[in-house]
Write a protein that binds this ligand. Structure first.
Ligand SMILES: Cc1ncc(COP(=O)(O)O)c(C=O)c1O
Length: 409
């Protein structure tokens, strides 16, 4: 057990003394690809060659029959929810630990988000909690695979089949993650991705939608393209379609980025698994929980803290770990704490849970979500990425063990 003075926060030598590996998000080939587009002297605003090539590559990567491009991850999810005809009074079950983009897709359709609880050590919504939230108004399960980590999709699909529900997978944070050998995104009616620049791969902004259903693909195309039928049938809008078209220059960047995505996600997976193995027997810490048979591609790494073993506050643990040379932050985020839900401040322009056509009752009180409560008080995030070296992983594990062993004593 380390003595108090040995902790870096008390003036001892940090466990990690070298900087983490790092590298550029964008490479010269992307600049060349954008210049090539500009050199043609025109920027086609709908389905230019780079947009179509990106769609083809993406569909192939996921073994999907159809791929639609969108201007953001939010737009991609909204397109899927819109194409499924989700609307006023409908409930969509989703995760209370996610980005605003997931919720926008539901609420912009005047549908009502109903939250499933999460497993605290993965922060992923659980099939049991999803099943418990189903009502006669439930139309769709919007499954968020958080931080590269697969939700138990076979169990989710079984529930969906039993209740005849549509399934949309939000993979904004979860490129190329899989469960029992099947890629997440290929389970549900739609798989949706974000190309915002913070994600595994990025193009500034952008979004992708995949599906194996031709009819849904056609509807999604119309929804994301102001109801233009580009197959030559003209334009006879029968619903409100949005302008969610992907900019061709972003498509050119994404086409280059996609060349790296497999290696990058494999590396993140290997680094995350190694870190989990190295801290598996450290006292009072819980490695990022990944289902057996799942491949997690770690958009970040979640380190769980077990306060029945650790005799310190989460803030103290986080600060001690930072002092050891491992940057981290306490991840306290849940949408349940947003005024929109905590105070039921219904969007004045949207219908959603205050809609007179909605006949249900929502429960957005944090106390009803024990998994979320544990997650937001007992986890720190580590910015694991593909640039981490083997030494970075070992030093990080050493630092975690040092802090954990001290506070567990
Ligand atoms: C889980 C999740 N869903 C949706 C989105 C929305 O993506 P975008 O920012 O591209 O609109 C994000 C982005 O942060 C996300 O993390």
């Amino acid at each position: 057990m380390p003595r108090a003075a040995e902790l870096a926060i008390n003036g001892g030598k940090p466990a990690k003394t070298t900087p983490y590996g790092s590298g550029p998000k964008h490479i010269p080939a992307e600049k060349e690809a954008v210049c090539k587009v500009l050199d043609r002297g025109q920027l086609p605003f709908s389905r230019g060659p780079e947009v179509m090539a990106l769609r083809e590559k993406w569909a192939k990567m996921y073994g999907a029959t159809h791929c639609i491009t969108a201007s953001s991850g939010t737009a991609a999810i909204h397109t899927a929810i819109g194409a499924l005809g989700i609307g006023r009074g409908d409930e969509v079950i989703t995760s209370p630990i996610t980005d605003m983009g997931t919720l926008i897709a539901i609420m912009a359709q005047n549908a009502v988000p109903v939250f499933a609880d999460v497993d605290p050590w993965s922060r992923n919504m659980t099939p049991e909690s999803i099943a418990a939230k189903i009502t006669p108004r439930t139309k769709c399960l919007l499954v968020v695979h958080l931080a590269g980590n697969p939700v138990d999709m076979p169990a989710v699909m079984k529930i969906a089949r039993q209740h005849r529900l549509k399934v949309v997978e939000d993979l904004a944070q979860s490129y190329l993650c899989s469960y029992k050998g099947k890629l997440c995104g290929s389970y549900g009616d739609f798989g949706c991705f974000s190309l915002n620049d913070s994600k595994h791969i990025g193009a500034g902004d952008g979004g992708m939608v995949i599906t194996n259903n031709g009819r849904l693909a056609d509807l999604a195309e119309l929804f994301a393209d102001k109801c233009y039928d580009r197959s030559g049938q003209g334009r006879l809008p029968f619903m409100v379609g949005y302008n969610y078209r992907l900019n061709i220059m972003a498509a050119a960047v994404a086409l280059e980025q996609i060349k790296r995505v497999r290696k990058l996600t494999d590396t993140r997976n290997a680094r995350g698994e190694k870190l989990s193995a190295l801290i598996a027997d450290a006292p009072g810490v819980i490695p990022h929980r990944v289902l057996p048979g799942a491949k997690c591609t770690y958009w970040y790494y979640l380190l769980g803290l077990d306060f029945s073993v650790l005799k310190c506050h989460a803030v103290v643990f986080a600060q001690a770990l930072t002092a050891e040379g491992v940057p981290n932050w306490l991840d306290t985020g849940t949408v349940l704490n947003w005024p929109l839900f905590a105070e039921r401040r219904s969007d004045p322009w949207a219908c959603s849970f205050s809609c007179p056509l909605y006949e249900g009752e929502v429960d957005y009180s944090l106390d009803s979500y024990p998994g979320v409560k544990t997650a937001i008080t007992s986890q720190v995030r580590l910015q694991l990425n593909e640039w981490w070296t083997d030494k970075d992983v070992k030093d990080t594990a050493k630092a975690i063990r040092k802090v954990a062993e001290y506070y567990a004593a």
